[in-house]
Write a protein that binds this ligand. Structure first.
Ligand code: RRO
Length: 312
């Protein structure tokens, strides 16, 4: 028998699967669907100080392989999600709070509120939303990211947390980001990766983009980004061996989960496939993962976690 159990710091999970923030995460109805699904944990939509309606629609498009979104951070405001988590049974599976930074002062106010709330454990701080018109993805601006981590996170929140990162594409950029992360000791995990920002597809029947905001530019998820995500998980785990990684990007099968864990992830998040096919895909994916482990003779995730390129 195999065990699919995993851990992220103090959080114990029956299995490594979680939704990606943004999918089954905006309303309490959606969050309860995740809670009652077979996932090992779940996460809220990235939240902001005030509720937001998001970008004009259509802001989400998908086909059988990929998704493009420019949702624009629609959410009910952080108190909706902190109250939801407070009301959960403490013995239930873990619910991560996701917070998006679009304004340092507003994020500071959220952190002031959660600083002494012991039901908020390991929040995921999203520094990579690609879809706010006129705003950069914070993690691509190293000075601003360091300023945020120093003057907002370090000053307002002295508990462990994680960062949701955008994909990086150059080894030098991985070094830059790792050097910054090393300066901030409460960063205990990284979620790699957010959608690949500002891609474009065209509907030739209208000669327009497939989504409306930003002239059709939006974040790419799904099959095409699996290799990008695997590379980011792998490279960051190599440079930062003491930081846990949540792999996110392109997962729709047990084989994809296996690959993420093999290159160093402790757990994974699923976005595009979960949005398309619903939480019923989770038991299938877990079965597929277990089948691979049985075939290879592994009993726990630790038997192959991070072992990419080490075997034979
Ligand atoms: O809401 C969004 O448009 C969104 C966010 Br906050 C994010 O982090 N990543 C994404 O693909 N979409």
């Amino acid at each position: 028998m195999c065990s699919l159990a995993t851990k992220l710091g103090p959080i114990k999970m029956n299995n490594p699967i979680c939704n990606a923030s943004g999918v089954y995460s905006r309303t309490s109805t959606e969050l309860y669907k995740m809670m009652f699904s077979h996932s090992g944990s779940f996460i809220t939509k990235s939240s902001t100080f005030n509720p937001r309606t998001g970008n004009p629609t259509p802001s989400y498009w998908e086909n059988n392989s990929i998704s493009i979104n420019s949702m624009g951070l629609p959410n009910h405001g952080y108190r909706y999600y902190t109250d939801f988590i407070e009301d959960l049974d403490k013995d239930e599976k873990h619910c991560f709070l996701s917070i998006a930074n679009i304004d340092n002062d507003e994020t500071g106010n959220i952190l002031d509120y959660i600083a002494d709330k012991d039901y908020i454990v390991y929040p995921e701080i999203n520094v990579s939303c690609p879809n706010i018109p006129g705003k950069e993805q914070l993690a691509y601006n190293y000075n601003e990211l360091d300023n945020f981590l120093t003057h907002v996170m370090d000053e307002k929140y002295n508990k462990p947390y994680g960062l949701k990162l955008p994909p990086f594409f150059d080894p030098v950029h991985f070094m830059f980001i790792a050097n910054i992360i090393n300066q901030h000791k409460n960063i205990k995990y990284l979620t790699c990766v957010n959608s690949v920002g500002n891609v474009l597809d065209v509907d030739i029947s209208t000669n327009k983009g497939v989504i409306f905001p930003k002239n059709g530019l939006g974040g790419l998820g799904g099959d095409y980004i699996l290799p990008v995500a695997l590379s980011n998980v792998y490279q960051l785990k190599q440079i930062l061996p003491n930081i846990d990684i949540i792999g996110c990007g392109g997962i729709k099968s047990g084989e994809d989960v296996y690959k993420h864990i093999l290159v160093g992830a402790s757990m994974v998040q699923i976005g595009t496939a979960l949005n398309r096919d619903g939480p019923n895909i989770i038991p299938r994916i877990l079965r597929e993962l277990e089948d691979i482990m049985i075939e290879k003779g592994y009993e726990t995730l630790d038997d192959f976690k991070g072992k990419y390129n080490e075997m034979q």
